[in-house]
Design a protein around this ligand. Structure first.
Ligand SMILES: Nc1nc2c(ncn2[C@@H]2O[C@H](COP(=O)(O)OP(=O)(O)OP(=O)(O)O)[C@@H](O)[C@H]2O)c(=O)[nH]1
Ligand SMILES: [Mg+2]
Length: 355
C-alpha cells in the first residue's frame, strides 16, 4: 500500500467500517508503521462523532466485567460499540488481557462489537499517543460508542482517560485504601463514580466516602474561586458554598454488581445524562477543542522529533559517542539544537510572507 490511490481505497474501507481494514488501520497506527500518518490525516475529517466512554479505577475492581455488561446494554440499543482495553500490566504476564478476552467472549461473534487490546509500550510518543490514534480510527470507522478501559495509575492512563468524553471511575468496597488511592488525580477526571461489587460488605460506606469526597472537592473549588481575600484558607472553605448553579456537574455515585449485571442500566443512564450535560452546556465542545490542541502538540512534537533525527543524522551519533566518552551532555544537546535551527528566525516570523 504505497500509492495514494491505494491509501484512499484503504481509508474508504475503514470509513465504511469494514472489519479487516479497521483492524489493519489500528495495527498500523499502533505500530507507527507507514503510511500511518497519511491514513490518520485522511481519517480526521470523518472523526468527532463517537462517544468515548472511559472506564478506569483500581485494579480488580471489576472494570472488564462492567465493560462487558455495558456493551450488552449498548448493543441492546442497537449501537455499534468498540472496546479498547489498555493493558497496564507488564508484557511478561499478559494475564489481564487473557482474562478480559474470556470475559468478553460473548461479544466476539457479534458484528457490531469490536474488541482490541493495546499492550505496547515504548513507542515513540508513548502509549497514550497510540491509544488516541486508535480511538480516532474507531471513530472514523463509525462506531457510535468507544469504551476505553484503563487502570487508573500512571500518567499514561490519566492521559488516556482525558481522551474520553465521559469517564467512569470504578472502585470496589472492602479495600480500605481504595478511596484514598484514587484521590490523587483520578478524582478530577471522574464524571460518574461506580461502586462495584455492591454484593460485598462495605459498599454503602464506600458510597458515603465518595459522596463526602465529592462534596469536599466542590467546596475546595468554590473556595479557590472565591480567593483568599484576607481570610485564612480554612475560613474560605467554611464560607464557600458548593456550586449549585445550573450547568455544573456533580459526579453521581452508582452502585453496581457487574457480575450479575445489576445497576448497569442505571450506570449507563447516568453516563448518558453526563453526555447530554456536555452538549447542553457547551462543555463538550470545550473539551473537544482542548483535545485538539493536545493532539496538535503531540503530533507536532512527534514530527519535529523525527525530522530533527533525520536532519542531524550522523551528527547525533557522533554526539552520542562523545557523551559516552565523557563529554558534557548539556553542551552537546545545546549544540545539536543550535545546529538544527541555525539561521531560523526565533519569533516564528515567516520571512516569505513579509516580503
Ligand atoms: N463479588 C463480585 N465480584 C465481581 C463483581 N464484578 C466483577 N467481579 C469479579 O472481580 C474480579 C475482577 O474482575 P475484572 O472485571 O477482571 O476487574 P478489572 O477491574 O477489569 O481488573 P484489572 O483489569 O485486572 O484491573 C473477577 O473475578 C470478577 O468476576 C461483582 O459485582 N461482585
Ligand atoms: Mg480489566
Amino acid at each position: 500500500m504505497t500509492t495514494s490511490e491505494a491509501i484512499d481505497r484503504f481509508v474508504e474501507d475503514v470509513v465504511a467500517g469494514k472489519a479487516r481494514a479497521v483492524a489493519r488501520a489500528m495495527r498500523l497506527v499502533d505500530d507507527r508503521r507507514e503510511p500511518y500518518f497519511e491514513v490518520l490525516k485522511k481519517l480526521h475529517e470523518h472523526t468527532g462523532k463517537a462517544w468515548v466512554l472511559g472506564v478506569t479505577g483500581t485494579p480488580g475492581a471489576g472494570k472488564s466485567t462492567l465493560v462487558g455488561r455495558l456493551v450488552g446494554e449498548l448493543r441492546a440499543r442497537d449501537l455499534k460499540v468498540a472496546v479498547v482495553a489498555v493493558d497496564p500490566t507488564s508484557p511478561f504476564t499478559g494475564g489481564a488481557i487473557l482474562g478480559d478476552r474470556i470475559r468478553m467472549q460473548q461479544h466476539f461473534l457479534d458484528e457490531g462489537v469490536f474488541i482490541r487490546s493495546l499492550a505496547t509500550r515504548g513507542n515513540l510518543g508513548g502509549l497514550s499517543r497510540s491509544s488516541g490514534d486508535v480511538i480516532r480510527v474507531l471513530d472514523a470507522a463509525g462506531f457510535d460508542v468507544i469504551v476505553v478501559e484503563t487502570v487508573g495509575v500512571g500518567q499514561d492512563e490519566l492521559e488516556i482517560a482525558q481522551m474520553a468524553d465521559t469517564t467512569i471511575v470504578v472502585v470496589a468496597p472492602g479495600l480500605g485504601d481504595d478511596v484514598q488511592a484514587i484521590k490523587a488525580g483520578i478524582l478530577e477526571i471522574a464524571d460518574v463514580f461506580c461502586v462495584n461489587k455492591a454484593d460485598r460488605d462495605g459498599a454503602d460506606s464506600a458510597v458515603a466516602d465518595l459522596e463526602q469526597m465529592i462534596g469536599m472537592g466542590a467546596l475546595m473549588r468554590a473556595a479557590q474561586k472565591a480567593g483568599p481575600h484576607g481570610h485564612s484558607a480554612a475560613m474560605a472553605i467554611l464560607r464557600a458554598k458548593p456550586e449549585e448553579k445550573a450547568g455544573s456537574w456533580s459526579p453521581p455515585v452508582v452502585k453496581t454488581i457487574a457480575a450479575e449485571g445489576r445497576g448497569v442500566a442505571d450506570l449507563l443512564a447516568r453516563c448518558e445524562a453526563h453526555r447530554a450535560h456536555l452538549e447542553v452546556t457547551g462543555e463538550g465542545e470545550l473539551r473537544r477543542a482542548a483535545r485538539r490542541v493536545r493532539e496538535l502538540r503531540a503530533v507536532y512534537q512527534e514530527m519535529l522529533w523525527a525530522e530533527a533525527e533525520r536532519r542531524l543524522g550522523e551528527r547525533l551519533t557522533r554526539a552520542e559517542d562523545a557523551v559516552r566518552g565523557g563529554e558534557d551532555p548539556y553542551a552537546k544537546a545545546a549544540a545539536l539544537v543550535e545546529a538544527l535551527f541555525e539561521g531560523a528566525p526565533a519569533d516564528g516570523h515567516d520571512e516569505r510572507k513579509d516580503r
